[in-house]
Design a protein around this ligand. Structure first.
Ligand code: GLA
Length: 347
């Protein structure tokens, strides 16, 4: 099956975008902080053609064709993301009359690996070619975020869409989410990034995520700063009432960990980088309280199996763990974890 079989014509444009794992800088992007994601080798491919007044899409993963007029509200399916990006383009004044898409994706869904950002960015890049839109990769990321927040209705930060649009394979994207200044830095030489997925899904992730955002906003308000990014001194957070003190301690500490992680990458210091990842996990578990016992156990076992560092990745409340492993030890590492967790999927 392909675009031609579904729509009776050849596609006029195509593009792809990767999923991501975040190495450091978790829950910092909605407080204007620093993040350090890396793209996955797994991508979403989108082929596109013109249409008038409607958005149509066939998903190879769901084996489903869906179509709705441009004016229809979101309905909780994959077509929402495609209607969302067309809506965002039209809102921004780009005369996009509609589109049809053929979508296939290797990015695991529901594992916190940003399959939705990959779909939005791939669709926008295909539309950029199809309608010759004068958009930079950074503008693509911002439009993808607008689609997700204002159309689909998920209050995410900008990390995932920037990683999908600007990330480079084998590199970490050091991004300042306040200014959107960014730099792609090589991963530590001689290491592999392992993504460990127990298929936990994400329990109550959206409610928990929104609650953490509100707590972070309240902490920033009480500290009299525009965003927690502006708190450089960790001692300041101790004046906050519980649990805001712990929430702010995570975010302020996590920004420092990203900056230290960037220094470690510049030195090629894999060991220091791994330690920062593990510290990030402990902070996410104890201070930010977005981990689960299963994720904590997986992190501990990954460390026992020889990882230089490991942490949950993405919003938490489920999803996957990311570990940094010395390349020569990767096979033994994978084998040890498979023996311990038979249902584990490693990417
Ligand atoms: C989700 C959001 C991101 C970011 C992470 C947590 O993936 O989409 O914007 O906030 O959670 O680091």
């Amino acid at each position: 099956m392909g675009f031609k079989e579904i729509f009776g014509a050849l596609p006029e444009a195509s593009a792809q975008a990767p999923g991501r794992v975040n190495l450091l800088g978790e829950h910092t992007d909605y407080q204007e902080g620093y993040v350090l994601p890396t793209p996955l080798p797994h991508c979403t491919q989108v082929e596109a053609g013109r249409a008038e007044g409607r958005v149509e899409a066939y998903s190879e993963n769901f084996k489903e064709l869906r179509a709705r007029p441009l004016t229809s509200p979101p309905q909780g399916d994959f077509l929402d993301y495609l209607l969302g990006v067309v809506w965002a383009l039209r809102e921004a004044g780009h005369g996009v009359p509609g589109a049809r898409f053929y979508v296939r994706s290797q990015v695991p869904m529901g594992a916190g690996l940003s399959s939705s950002a990959a779909l939005e960015v791939a669709a926008l890049k295909a539309l950029r070619l199809l309608y010759r839109l004068p958009l930079s990769d950074r503008e693509v990321a911002l439009l993808a975020q607008k689609a997700e927040v204002d159309y689909v209705g998920v209050r995410c930060g900008i990390m995932d869409q920037m990683a999908a649009s600007l990330g480079e394979a084998g590199k970490a994207l050091f991004l300042d989410t306040r200014t959107l200044a960014h730099e792609n830095l090589p991963l530590p030489p001689g290491t592999r990034v392992a993504v460990l997925d127990l298929g936990l899904g994400r329990r109550l992730a959206e409610a928990g995520y929104n609650e953490r955002r509100r707590e972070a906003e309240e902490a920033a308000r009480r500290l009299g700063v525009r965003a927690l990014r502006d708190v450089a001194d960790l001692c300041l957070v101790e004046s906050l009432p519980s649990p805001l003190d712990r929430r702010a301690r995570h975010i302020v500490g996590e920004n420092l960990r990203v900056l230290r992680g960037v220094e470690a990458l510049r030195r090629g210091d894999a060991r220091a980088f791994g330690e920062l990842m593990t510290q990030s996990h402990r902070s996410l578990a104890q201070d930010y309280e977005v981990s689960l016992p299963e994720l904590d156990a997986l992190v501990e076992e990954a460390l026992k199996a020889g990882a230089l560092g490991a942490k949950l990745t993405g919003a938490g409340f489920g999803g996957a763990v990311v570990a940094l492993v010395e390349a020569p030890r990767y096979a033994a590492f994978q084998e040890a974890l498979k023996a311990r967790f038979p249902s584990l999927r490693t990417l």
